[in-house]
Design a binder for this molecule. Structure first.
Ligand code: RIB
Length: 292
């Protein structure tokens, strides 16, 4: 069982010819709602790949929150750890889609009120996990609590530092893998926080991923397969979910990174964060095509 502790957002997507400049008003070509939030996306990615996943997080007591909980249930995710908070809205994200890329503005809403007290109630479940996955769309005290608990019970943790903020260096010893993209990695370097190379997995979009291969004793790169990109939203989340899933299945880091790069690439072939997330079979088929 993998536990994801993190965010649930409703994504408000607008498709644009280009990203707006300061002071510019743009007409969008299309608007649509979809399910998102880095935490929710990671959990759905794991479940699509046939992984067992439990979610700990918060939504507002509104129509979006209730709807999202039903959606996660339909995806086969254990939702017992999700609380419904009064007087706060479910998290939202404005996702601007242009030129096959995106820019995202998140309003944390209930995600920002997910408390250590709530997460503590699920400590027993957390410590029974094979892997824990987190991101930066919840509060520092929540992340710190889970990291310490995981460390105490030797449970590996993937921490996706997105959206990036400077975090306490003391977290590093409790993290198994930190998975920034290139922008987050640049900010990480500027922050002065040192990550041992064994713990760093750098996602690089079309360029694939780089990680430290313990057998080869060097940093290695795995190229992403060629795909027809429609929407890159959620590709990083798919990568993190797939990585955790394959590591939980006992595969090596190299195998898990290869699997996760294919899953993430496939997820970009459809619009919105979760719609294109592949099944296990789909990933294996793409892998076969790549090696033939
Ligand atoms: O990583 C993509 C996600 O970031 C979107 O679904 C949005 O909700 C934001 O959290």
């Amino acid at each position: 069982m993998i536990t994801v502790v993190g965010s649930l957002n409703i994504d408000l997507n607008v498709t644009l010819s280009h990203f707006p400049k300061q002071g510019e008003t743009l007409l969008s070509q299309q608007f649509f709602y979809s399910y998102g939030g880095k935490g929710g996306n990671q959990a759905v990615a794991i479940s699509r790949l046939n992984g067992d996943v439990r979610f700990i997080g918060a939504v507002g007591n509104d129509v979006y929150g209730k709807d999202y909980i039903h959606k996660l249930k339909r995806e086969g995710i254990d939702i017992a750890g999700i609380c419904c908070l009064e007087d706060v809205a479910t998290g939202t994200a404005v996702v601007m889609l242009a030129q096959k890329d995106n820019a995202i503005i998140v309003t944390q809403g209930a995600n920002g009120l997910l408390s250590v007290e709530h997460v503590e109630k699920h400590a027993q479940h957390i410590i029974q996990s094979q892997y824990i996955v987190m991101q930066f769309e919840v509060r520092d005290d929540v992340i710190e609590y889970v990291l310490q608990l995981a460390s105490q019970y030797s449970i590996p943790v993937i921490l996706n530092p997105a959206p990036f903020r400077v975090f306490p260096e003391s977290w590093v010893e409790h993290i198994t893998y930190l998975t920034p993209n290139e922008t987050e990695y640049e900010a990480l370097c500027k922050s002065g926080i040192t990550i041992p190379k064994e713990k760093l997995i750098l996602t690089m979009g079309k360029q694939g991923v780089s990680y430290f291969d313990a057998e080869a004793q060097q940093v290695c790169q795995i190229e992403a397969p060629q795909v027809h990109v429609v929407d890159t939203t959620g590709a990083g989340d798919t990568f993190n979910g797939a990585l955790a899933h394959y590591l939980t299945q006992g595969y090596t880091l190299k195998q898990a990174c290869s699997y996760a790069v294919i899953a993430a690439s496939l997820s970009t072939e459809h619009a919105n964060a979760q719609a294109g997330m592949p099944t296990h079979q789909h990933v294996l088929e793409k892998y076969q095509q790549e090696i033939e």
